[in-house]
Design a protein around this ligand. Sequence first.
Ligand code: ADP
Ligand code: ADP
Length: 219
Amino acid sequence: MRLILFGPPGAGKGTQARQLVERFHLKQISTGDLFRAALRDETPVGLEAKGYMDRGELVPDSVVNKMVEEALGAIGNDHYILDGFPRTTEQARWLLGYLDEHDAPLDAVISLKVDPELIVQRLSRRRTDKETGAIYHLDFNPPPADLPADRLVHRSDDQPDAIRTRLGVYEADTRPLAAIFEQEARFAEIDGVGEIDEVQGRIMDALRTLGARGIEATS
Ligand code: ADP
Ligand code: ADP
């Protein structure tokens, strides 16, 4: 199965991707996670990305595309879920060309719709377990009481200024991709508001309706 989860920052892409990964045995390719790992390891890509990430701006397309090409190649271009990529028209065009070249079409692009006010609430209280990558929310999806507090990370770009910048960048550069996907892929937009499991149910329904490969095996 080859999937893309699309939507604004804080829509719940990472949260939903983690459930889909378990269910369908997929590899999650999150460009944000790859950049944060590169930054931790102080690689040239990580150091180049840092300033853009701190400000909430996009890392240049050439850097992102190259990283995704390596990640896709490493897993034979199948059984993955892309989260946070593509985010610009150039990234989308590059990806569609790459998949075409490798005769590896997408099974589905699922777009999660969430209003900006709710996004700010979600991002400002998001916390991540730095050891497992699990995503929590202090009110909506609280971490287990016995999780040591020093494992919970508040991302430096989940601050009001960077959140505002990211939402602006989403509107200007990323939202327009929905039209490309609508035309070039099996595309569905679903409501991203509601309990996490409810949203997962809507994604499953959309995958069934779109006839994504591998969906038959699940109930
Ligand atoms: P994205 O990957 O799209 O940026 P995340 O999956 O990291 O989004 O979710 C952003 C925040 O919203 C996290 O704190 C997460 O726990 C919370 N969240 C995700 N899905 C829901 C939901 N359906 N209802 C309430 N909060 C949610
Ligand atoms: P969120 O899902 O909360 O928006 P991500 O973890 O996906 O955050 O991304 C964090 C940051 O990493 C972005 O603000 C941006 O600087 C960089 N980044 C991630 N994915 C891309 C991409 N596809 N293109 C450009 N920059 C990206």
